[in-house]
Ligand binder design. Sequence first.
Ligand code: C2O
Ligand code: CU
Ligand code: CU
Length: 475
Amino acid sequence: MTIDDKCAVSRRSLLLAGAGVTLTTSLLRLPVRAAPSPAAHITAKPARVSLAGSGHPATDVWTYNDTVPGTVVRLRQGEPARLTVDNQLDQDTTVHWHGVRLPNAMDGVPGLTQPPIKPGASFVYEFTPPDAGTFWYHPHANSLEQLGRGLAGAVIVEEHEPIAVDRDVLWFLSDWRLTSDARIAAGFGNGMEAAMSGRIGNTVTLNGSVSDEEPVKAGERIRLRLVNGALARIMALRFEGHRPVVVAIDGQPCDPHEPIDGRLLLGPAMRIDVILDMQGEPGRRYRVVDDFYDEQTYWLTQLAYDEQPPVRAHPLDASLRLPGNPLPAPDLAHAERHELALQGGMMSGGGMGMMGGMMGMRRGAPWAINGMSMTGDGDAHMKPALTFQRGRSVVATLRNETAFWHPMHLHGHSFQILTRNGAPVPHRQWGDTVLVSPRETVEVAFVADNPGNWMLHCHVMDHQMAGLMTVLRVA
Ligand code: C2O
Ligand code: CU
Ligand code: CU
């Protein structure tokens, strides 16, 4: 099986390419103002779904409510939610509500914030989301395999006053490593991959299946919520013939702006909300291309315009600015400052066993933060690397000493991204996951206002499991 693909712009299913099958999926349509589901039941269980499309065998996956991605959890900002999770897997699980600022006991880290949910048991998650935006949920137990077999879904927290769009659309993107008969390939936790870029797959799905086209109408304005739910694949999306405007990153509104070179960079676990004015020609198709990896450019889907004349002559001139979330502003003048060095990994060009070279790493763990490796998914014995008094402003400098990319994620808080390699980051960008490039230094700031033990880890799942994780405590 090869995961390399040398075609300039190939199909996204690298293995299944050439089968000559037309693969389609329908848009997951979200009404602009839907009834929220403050109480919901989510069952984690095995199922069989068609990932690769008709003409290919179905794939055995692990699901939330029988589908991949799982049921969209729609909540309303500031209103209490109650979510019951039933575990019908044959192993322990938990659910982590990624990016939602919630009480520590609801954070879903086994051993650290709750006991794991045993097979046959259930757990009730109750919290009130303070922020509107695009979030997601996934297990935090045996994370690499459970996420890799399909356990993930979107959480959409609705604004009280949404911005004016014709349609609110979700593209939940997942990356699978499939064999030629469309099974999920074995080999989770391969040590070599864990020390390099992680388990990157060969098939990218959009809302759970390989997509040939997504129907659009000329002239309409779409709010597109992009979620990168991959284990390890970084994506850089370009919309041919279109100019997406970024309005939120990781659920948090930013100054509306066009991304550099029109490329939307999405590390694993990141979300970007864009506004797309459909200014293409009726009847035409425009590719959405992911060109993050030099030699593995592929197209994710095509925007397929129907034949109808534009629904309006000129783009709407309504504001693109989302209402703000109640994020506490860090006091930079009085902030505590800490450095977190990301260390390890197979050196590019180095031989076997050539790790970043540091002392004190847990035996066999290829990654570390400040020389310490926490591995797996979390346990009660994890000693916090840093403890903050509640309400302190914190500036954390993430210094990537490695030759790899790391989407670094903090639980329980959102942070402002201040600088990259010393240069200020424009457009007031906040996030819960920041993609740090090789050798890059990124400064983030937040108010440590949420008491508890919070994970900070790389969201390339193999990296997290293999040491690129720590715990921060808010007293
Ligand atoms: Cu998406 Cu520790 O989480
Ligand atoms: Cu998280
Ligand atoms: Cu990493």
